[in-house]
Design a protein around this ligand. Structure first.
Ligand code: 5GP
Length: 213
């Protein structure tokens, strides 16, 4: 039974959703964006995937056993969850809603299935898809990571087609060929979203009242 509280009404903050096929450079781009835009909080996902060398519990993911993850699904812990490359991944409902209520913009790095679920519960979210510049480059970047087995790389390359086939469902698509340009594009989206009149009208109530007096 889903025992979770209903999702909170939309706030003045924005929920950003970023997806990409594995190897497109999404995490590097997102980390660079967060350095430029410290008002955005990254939601740390739960996963049943084993940690890669150097990955830390609570910093990169909350690594959990499948049994625990499945129990949490039943308890309604997740705002969205999906099976990706044979592992379960999910976003904590409480974490996201608490951050939004605290006045933080929140960014989710999730796959297309999760993005679809988020669009249903949080229709005001802004979604961005990152494409690699070519198939050869995608493969080069996946192999260059050096922390995944040949089998894992082959599976991720195979699955990239399905992920990419859903790119049109996103609000924006960025091609990550030149890293600095892709980062500028991602930041431009964030900055444009913050100036939307729907948000600005609420944020600047006092100013608008004064200007209209
Ligand atoms: P990785 O194992 O390389 O860290 O992530 C594999 C894929 O799972 C990526 O496409 C990543 O965006 C996705 N992913 C990570 N966290 C979540 C999550 O909480 N929910 C969903 N739906 N996908 C996630």
């Amino acid at each position: 039974m889903n025992t979770a509280a209903p999702d909170s009404p939309s706030t003045e903050c924005t929920l950003f959703v970023v997806a990409a096929p594995s190897g497109a450079g999404k995490s590097t781009l997102v980390n660079a964006l967060l350095e430029r835009e410290p008002a955005i909080s990254l939601s740390i996902s739960h996963t049943t995937r084993p940690p890669r060398p150097g990955e830390q519990y609570g910093r990169h993911y909350f690594f959990v056993e499948r049994e625990e993850f499945e129990r949490e699904i039943a308890e309604g812990v997740f705002l969205e969850h999906a099976e990706v490359h044979g592992n379960l991944y999910g976003t904590s409902r409480t974490t996201v809603n608490t951050l939004l209520e605290q006045g933080r913009d929140v960014l989710l790095e999730i796959d297309w299935q999760g993005a679809r679920q988020i669009r249903k519960t949080k229709p005001d979210c802004v979604s961005v898809f990152i494409l690699p510049p070519s198939r050869a480059e995608l493969e080069r970047r996946l192999r260059g990571r050096g922390s995944d087995s040949a089998e894992v790389i082959a599976r991720r390359l195979h699955n990239s087609r399905e992920e990419i086939a859903h790119a049109h469902e996103f609000d924006y698509i960025i091609v990550n060929d030149n890293f600095d340009e892709a980062l500028d594009d991602l930041q431009a989206i964030v900055r444009a979203v913050r100036q939307r009149s729907q948000l600005q009208w609420k944020r600047h109530e006092t100013l608008i009242a004064e200007l209209l007096a």
